[in-house]
Each structure stands twice: as C-alpha cells, then as structure tokens.
Design a protein around this ligand. Structure first.
Ligand code: GLN
Length: 209
C-alpha cells in the first residue's frame, strides 16, 4: 500500500455473511474484495473472517488449501477481524465443538465457547457499551453466538454482555492486530466496528513502512 486510498481489505468468502462486510467497507470508502484463494491474501492489507458456521467454513478452507495460508497470515501479525464463526476460527482454544473437533487457525489467546448462549434462544439483540467506539452504545446482533470464557494477559476486552445471573461475559476483544466480535456488526447500520478495523489496518501499514 502506498497511500491511504489504495488500502484494500479482503473478506474470506467461503461461506456465511461475507457480502454484508464488503458492503459496509465500501460504504466507508474502502476497497473490499472477496478472498477464496491463498494467492489473494498477498494482495490485501487486512482480512475479515465473517460469521456463518465455523465447522463448515473450516472444512471448506481445508478442502481449498487455505488453512495453512490463513494460519501463516494470522500468526504473521497481519490485521484480522473475526466476527462470530470468524471469532471461533481465530481462537486458540474452543469448547462445545462437534465431535472430531474442527480446524482452528488460532492466533487469538482466548478460549471460546462455540454456542455459549445455547441453541434454544439462538438469536437475540442487545444495546451494549464499548468505550473503544465512543459514548453511544451499539446495537449487537447475536446469532448462535459464541462468547469468550478465558483470555490471556495480552488480550484487551472491548465489550461484554450481562447474562441472566448478572455476570458479564466477554463478547469483543482485541489482541494487537487481531479484532474479534461474537456479534454481527455487518448486519446493522452502524459502521463503527468496521471503522475501527480500518484504523487498525492503517496503523499496521504505518508500522510496516
Ligand atoms: N456458533 C456458530 C459456529 O459454531 C457461529 C454462528 C455465527 O457465525 N453466526 O460456527
């Protein structure tokens, strides 16, 4: 990347809500492209792994030879944002997986519970505070959402949600160039999470120069 205009963000387009992320990035004036092949990773400055179904996405990534290139990308310190299933794939550890497990990319020092909020109440919406976005709360859409049950010391909590018992559980974190959200900002009208990720990508480009 030579200047701010040429910033290009890739969205992993194997399965799930990739089109909505692309739409939101374009709304912010950022060039956004679908990523399906390992070689396309060389051409982008940041990567979003969307929500969908993490087991399916992992299987398609394996079939298409993307698991190792994606691991190299994330572990190489490139800016990556995982939403929902994407957050599960970025986690170093996951619980509540299907039998036989699933390929995780790792890189984010957390344990996620895949279907933390349960299968019964599988979708809900809530107004949450996230100081990193400013004073206004954001509207969080949770769909069979995971949550973070353990996190390492280098991980910063960005948002949490109170559960029935009043105990908060972490639903958004950042660890260096990695952002992870358990909910779906691409399904709302609020571009602040995308703007935050774009700022992280720009920051990483500045540091590399
Ligand atoms: N819980 C789902 C999974 O395991 C993720 C759901 C989502 O991305 N909306 O992949």
């Amino acid at each position: 990347m030579n200047n701010q205009q040429s910033l290009k963000i890739g969205v992993l387009a194997l399965q799930g809500a990739f089109a909505e992320h692309i739409h939101m990035l374009r709304r912010l004036g950022v060039e956004a492209v679908e990523v399906r092949k390992p070689a396309q990773l060389a051409d982008v400055d940041g990567l979003i792994i969307p929500g969908g179904e993490s087991t399916t996405m992992g299987l398609i990534a394996e079939r298409w030879g993307l698991v190792e290139p994606l691991r190299a990308w994330v572990h190489g310190g490139r800016p990556t944002w995982g939403t929902c299933a994407g957050m599960i794939l970025l986690a170093a550890r996951a619980t509540g997986q299907k039998q036989g497990g699933q390929p995780l990319l790792g890189g984010l020092d957390v344990t996620v519970n895949r279907n933390y909020f349960g299968r019964q109440v599988d979708s809900f919406e809530a107004e949450l505070a996230a100081p990193v976005l400013g004073d206004l709360p954001f509207h969080a859409v949770f769909i069979r959402a995971p949550a973070i049950t353990e996190m390492g010391p280098g991980v910063q909590r960005l948002a949490e949600i109170a559960q029935g018992n009043g105990e908060p559980v972490v639903v958004a974190v950042r660890q260096g160039p990695i952002l992870a959200t358990a909910f779906h900002p691409e399904l709302t009208d609020d571009p602040r999470w995308h703007a935050l990720f774009v700022a992280m990508v720009r920051e990483s480009e500045r540091n590399d120069r």
